[in-house]
Design a protein around this ligand. Structure first.
Ligand SMILES: C[S@@+](CC[C@H](N)C(=O)[O-])C[C@H]1O[C@@H](n2cnc3c(N)ncnc32)[C@H](O)[C@@H]1O
Length: 270
């Protein structure tokens, strides 16, 4: 005789849902009832990587001054950035912070909110902040998509930087790319009218995806005057000349020497 099936407890159901979703290659929230639904696919994986003693020292000593904790409350910009002029640029995924530090130094009148999930990178940028006496950067170590959702008020940003975002080369991973219509819809209300969006990538196919996604949004306008043909044959305004403030990093230089391309995009919010 077959045994009657034992009802699963809520905890077992959650466990099973988490396991199923994990197997499908996605991530789930851990506890609440809504976590039965897969959470948004992340645009990053937590890379292994050792935080060096210098980075750790910077985290310990400068973290309290330059790191803002993630919270579900909007940022108090003026408090976070002391008395600086109220111009705020968001950067997502600064890696080791080489570009971020450079730009913040040559643009002292702008404030930079720099977001990264990778701890050694956060330590590395804090180290640069200390060594180069940079005052106009604040860092949040958290998923930027949640920062946008919870911490940024409408019409609070003057600019948005996204440099060399993870390209997620494989077709099956393309869904992890940040630049998709849904993401642009999330970020656009946070930009003031006249604010700019500057992206760069060295992955051609992603460059065209960025161009297509940005071009199709009627709330923003491409500043480029060059024409470019999209895959579907449509002609749109195309890629921008690299603005002087964006430095060529060592990594980018290596690629350029090997003949690889780099594509910049510059749009403004209407
Ligand atoms: C390929 S690296 C580029 C780093 C840097 N912008 C550069 O030009 O060298 C992309 C970075 O974005 C970070 N990243 C990806 N998705 C993110 C997210 N949702 N929130 C915060 N950081 C993210 C990754 O941890 C990674 O360090």
């Amino acid at each position: 005789m077959t045994q009657p099936k034992k009802e699963k407890t809520p905890a077992e159901i959650l466990e099973l849902a988490a396991e199923t979703t994990r197997l499908a290659g996605e991530e789930v929230a851990s506890t609440s009832a809504v976590s039965l639904w897969p959470r948004r696919i992340k645009s990053f994986v937590m890379r292994a990587g050792r935080t060096t003693s210098g980075q750790q020292k910077a985290l310990d000593e400068l973290g309290p001054q330059f790191l803002l904790p993630f919270s579900k409350e909007p940022i108090q910009w003026r408090e976070a950035f002391a008395n600086l002029p109220p111009k705020y640029i968001l950067e997502i995924g600064f890696g080791m912070g080489e570009t971020t530090a450079h730009i913040a130094k040559i643009r002292p009148d702008d404030n930079f909110l720099a977001i990264e999930v990778h701890e050694p990178g956060v330590g590395a940028l804090l180290k640069r902040i200390g060594e180069e006496s940079i005052h106009n950067i604040r860092i949040i170590r958290h998923d930027a998509v949640e920062v946008i959702e919870y911490m940024l008020g409408d019409a609070s940003l003057d600019g948005f930087h996204l440099f060399f975002p993870d390209p997620w080369h494989k077709k099956k991973h393309n869904k992890r790319r940040l630049v998709q219509p849904g993401f642009i819809e999330k970020i656009l209300p946070k930009l003031k009218s006249g604010a700019y969006i500057h992206m760069a990538t060295d992955w051609e196919e992603y460059a065209y995806q960025m161009l297509e996604v940005l071009s199709q949004n009627p709330q923003i306008k491409n500043t480029s005057t060059k024409l470019e043909r999209l895959e579907d044959g449509r002609e749109v305004l195309g890629f921008a000349t690299r603005p002087a403030y964006r430095p060529i990093t060592k990594f980018e230089n290596r690629g350029l020497k090997l003949g690889h391309g780099v594509w910049d995009l510059m749009f403004v919010k209407l």
